[in-house]
Write a protein that binds this ligand. Structure first.
Ligand SMILES: [Zn+2]
Length: 142
């Protein structure tokens, strides 16, 4: 059913890309439900997720998938706040560290393509904002 809805907004040829985002959305909803269970009767207002540039997530598609995955769950109606984590890499030739937005691995200092990614692979639920007068929960909370 969600694929039909997706075709309406983005075209059938992108449904494979959507499945990638949807799987992530489902995992996020699961984590949010775990937090919500610790606060019975609460309403989840928003959730913040940090996603590295290497994940190649399309934020709008992830938000759309989240809306569908969250339906009938504790996360229904919650805003998904997506924090972009830039890609950092170190050049193995000259040791320079660089930060880029796209996954392009060429050292700006020496032009070498021999680089090691330091960050950008993040996919982490950072916080969940719930409405019951309590402060934010965390997925790591015992
Ligand atoms: Zn270099």
């Amino acid at each position: 059913m969600f694929i039909r809805a997706f075709r309406r907004v983005a075209g059938a040829d992108r449904s494979a890309a959507f499945m990638h985002e949807y799987a992530i959305a489902e995992a996020l909803v699961e984590q949010i439900e775990r937090v919500a269970r610790e606060h019975p009767g609460c309403t989840v207002r928003s959730a913040v997720v940090a996603i590295g540039g290497l994940r190649r997530i399309v934020p709008d598609i992830l938000r759309f998938g989240f809306e569908i995955a969250a339906a009938d769950s504790a996360a229904a109606g919650a805003d998904l706040v997506i924090e972009h984590v830039p890609i950092r890499f170190r050049c193995n030739g000259c040791n320079a560290e660089s930060v880029v937005d796209e996954a392009i691995y060429l050292c700006p200092a020496c032009g070498s393509g021999d680089v090691t990614a330091l960050s950008g692979d993040e996919l982490m639920l950072k916080s969940v904002d719930i409405e019951d007068g309590q402060d934010s929960g965390s997925p790591e909370h015992p």
